[in-house]
Design a binder for this molecule. Structure first.
Ligand SMILES: [Zn+2]
Ligand SMILES: [Zn+2]
Length: 725
């Protein structure tokens, strides 16, 4: 708690409206209402903001039965059909269809209004025959909000400059990476020219079944690809390069600019999707004096930064309207293992040239001091190897932490161990880094994890593997479950995690750790000996970045809202920035800069969540995610109706099938009753000739869904199949 209250202090300090900053804000519902709106207009419902057609009343949502009624359910159930039929027969006189201007009966395909004892059917919108988006009823189970934080907007009003000087401004638009650690992307626009920085991915949240990853919404750029001058990449982590293959073709194959290792990692992913030969990539060496180049109206420059992957850069961009730095992900490592220092001199030169805005990494804006150097970690890894003499050692780390791999490989070679690489991405990345001479590995010491591992004594082996986050199919997870063909954990093994869990991954990781402990092996983590350091600078590093760059404005990016707020208060309280010179915005928010004055534009791009199963052009819609959630929670009920093709009357009693749904005789009775009653009413309203399969499937699915909510407070997916013969 102490830590948390410390965080909150850091966030709220320096915020005039701190009382509102920590109160929950109303969820933004644009995306959702848009979905239901589309469905509404398509199927006859009423989109938000439009008037309901005359004669269709919006009435109260169905009320749940009182607890007394619930207790009496079996009796009520038996009486219900009769009650309904009585009601129905009383209403028959009112069912005359309205006439259109030609005097023909008007067919209303929208929701039918049936009289009920307690309630009237509310209007609703149907998205597909088998499922519907329903208005909330009192006993409806809460529907999870996908990308919850992403959808919310801050209610805090940040001070802002009122007006820009004359002339066209440069516009800078973060398209991802705000309120999340993932799917980083940013667009820049000056006059007509466009630039993109990074196109990353985000791994799905737990409530997104079947989604491989979430990608940024680049619609704004996709609408004007003819003006796109290039794609600049800061570094090779997946949250910066992971969705390039998804968009590169739609973007018209812009030229990509990236450092050597970043380029190789991008090419590997493009190759997997048969796109490598179609894309032009230019290698950037940030250390060269002549690295500066022009793309359209943009002048581009780079400087090297330290991070948990080598070859990471920050990017400087300048136009006639203003200039900015995108720091990428960075920390200041004064004793880097690979000897590649941050380019402090270049940073000073750019500061002297003048920087208007710094878009700066906020990931560790809550952590005091400086991020530890990889040198310290290297020393601790060496110590770990000394203490593990005589035992087999398995080390798990991120496949992309190539600097860390070097430290581990050095220690292994020194202690006479052969290195076996577990996991495809570990093997790929080590090979790429080795081919580029970034990783120094004696060939005789390293190989893929194979049967050969069994030929060595335990003290001669180091297994360097993926799975540090407990990913279920990573090599370490398979080893922990005894599913790996060549490695079985014994009580003599030591398993070391050179990593820390990314929030959200804890459950999977704990499962792996428990499985290892059950085999009697020893586990070593960061808590025992410091064998992991973050790649993102702490408050000290962030302070130093701003002190070196001396930009007029600070824009906290790359992080959850609370991280960015901590960054904001650091800039105001520690560095003395004026409040209006620290700009907070959301994905799709627009910063305009002209002649030294920057402000957040009034307009904002509407950003959607885009889910994908990993293949280009295979986006999963939000409605499908909700269906999957409904399936996983309540299962599916399929109702097969066999009808006479002329009379459209039921030939047999409806057949019910279900998967994952807890059936019982009572519920089945409710379903059969509902089908029969709805069917009778549909006949009454439309007559056999006008009663289409579409109307039958939609209306019956809708009615059953409502009954299930009333009866058992569950929302199974309902599928109605009609056969005519
Ligand atoms: Zn990174
Ligand atoms: Zn990142």
């Amino acid at each position: 708690m102490d830590k948390l209250s410390g965080w909150i202090n850091k966030i709220t300090k320096g915020n005039n409206n701190s009382d509102t900053a920590t109160t929950p804000v109303a969820p933004k519902t644009e995306g959702k209402s848009k979905n239901t709106g589309d469905g509404a207009s398509k199927f006859g419902g009423v989109p938000k903001g439009q008037k309901r057609p005359e004669g269709v009343k919006h009435t109260d949502t169905p009320k749940p039965k009182s607890s007394n009624n619930r207790n009496k359910k079996p009796n009520n159930r038996n009486k219900k059909p009769n009650n309904r039929n009585n009601k129905n027969s009383n209403n028959r006189g009112h069912q005359k269809p309205a006439l259109d201007k030609n005097g023909k009966p008007e067919i209303n395909v929208g929701r039918l209004k049936f009289e009920r004892k307690n309630a009237t059917i509310p209007s609703a919108t149907v998205t597909r025959n088998s499922s519907a988006v329903y208005p909330a009823t009192r006993n409806q189970r809460p529907r999870p909000m996908l990308g919850n934080i992403y959808r919310q907007e801050s209610s805090v009003r940040f001070p802002m400059y009122e007006k820009l000087p004359e002339g066209s401004p440069m516009r800078i638009i973060p398209l991802g990476g705000l309120n999340e650690v993932g799917k980083n992307s940013m667009a820049l626009e000056y006059e007509k020219d466009l630039l993109l920085i990074d196109i990353g991915l985000q791994f799905p949240e737990e409530n997104m079944p079947g989604v491989d990853y979430v990608i940024p919404d680049l619609s704004y750029v996709l609408d004007k690809t003819e003006h796109l001058k290039g794609l600049l990449i800061t570094h090779g982590h997946l949250d910066h390069i992971g969705a390039i293959h998804h968009y590169i073709e739609q973007l018209g194959f812009p030229t990509i600019y990236a450092t050597g290792l970043t380029r190789a990692l991008i090419e590997k992913r493009l190759e997997e999707h048969d796109l490598k030969d179609k894309v032009k990539i230019i290698t950037i060496n940030p250390d060269r004096d002549d690295v500066r180049f022009q793309l359209g109206k943009f002048t581009i420059d780079y400087f090297r930064v330290s991070h948990s992957i080598p070859d990471a850069t920050a990017i400087f961009i300048k136009t006639d309207a203003g200039s900015m730095v995108h720091t990428g992900d960075f920390k200041f490592d004064f004793t880097p293992v690979d000897g590649m220092h941050c380019d402090y001199a270049k940073m000073s030169r750019l500061a002297a040239e003048g920087i208007d805005l710094t878009f700066c990494d906020s990931t560790n804006a809550l952590r005091d001091g400086y991020c530890p150097s990889e040198k310290k970690i290297e020393q601790n890894i060496e110590k770990l190897f000394s203490e593990c003499e005589g035992k087999r050692l398995i080390m798990a780390t991120f496949a992309s932490s190539i600097g860390r791999h070097q430290a581990i490989i050095n220690a292994a070679v020194k202690h006479g161990r052969k290195i076996f690489l577990g996991g495809r991405s570990m093997n790929d990345n080590v090979k790429i880094a080795h081919d580029l001479n970034i990783l120094q590995v004696p060939q005789s010491s390293i190989r893929k994890l194979s049967k050969a591992v069994e030929d060595y004594r335990p003290e001669e082996v180091l297994i360097l593997t993926t799975g540090s986050q407990g990913e279920p199919f990573a090599a370490l997870s398979r080893i922990s479950r005894d599913e790996h063909p060549h490695v079985k954990i014994t009580s003599d093994d030591i398993i070391a995690f050179s990593s820390s869990p990314i929030p959200g991954n804890e459950r999977g990781l704990y499962t792996v750790i428990d499985a290892i402990y059950r085999k009697g092996a020893k586990i070593i983590t960061k808590a025992d000996i410091d064998i992991h350091a973050s790649g993102h600078g702490f408050r000290g590093d962030i302070t130093m970045m701003h002190t070196l760059l001396k930009s007029k404005y600070v824009v906290p990016i790359h992080g959850e809202y609370f991280m960015r707020m901590a960054h904001r208060s650091l800039a105001i309280n520690d560095l003395g920035y004026e409040e209006r010179n620290v700009i907070m915005l959301e994905n799709g928010g627009i910063i305009e800069i002209r002649d030294g004055v920057a402000r957040r534009a009034k307009e904002k791009l509407d950003q959607k969540l885009i889910f994908t199963d990993g293949k280009p052009h295979a986006d999963i819609q939000e409605a499908q995610i909700h269906e999957r959630i409904a399936l996983s929670e309540s299962g599916i009920i399929t109702i097969v109706l066999e009808l006479d093709k002329t009379t459209k009357q039921l030939k047999k009693s409806p057949k019910l099938y279900s998967e994952g749904f807890l059936e019982n005789a009572n519920v089945n009775g409710v379903i059969i009753d509902t089908v029969k009653i709805t069917f009778a009413k549909l006949h009454q309203k439309f007559g056999a000739e006008k009663l289409s399969e579409k109307i039958i499937t939609e209306e019956i699915a809708y009615e059953i869904k409502l009954e299930m909510l009333r009866e058992i407070a569950r929302e199974p997916v309902i599928q109605v199949i009609v056969t005519l013969n």
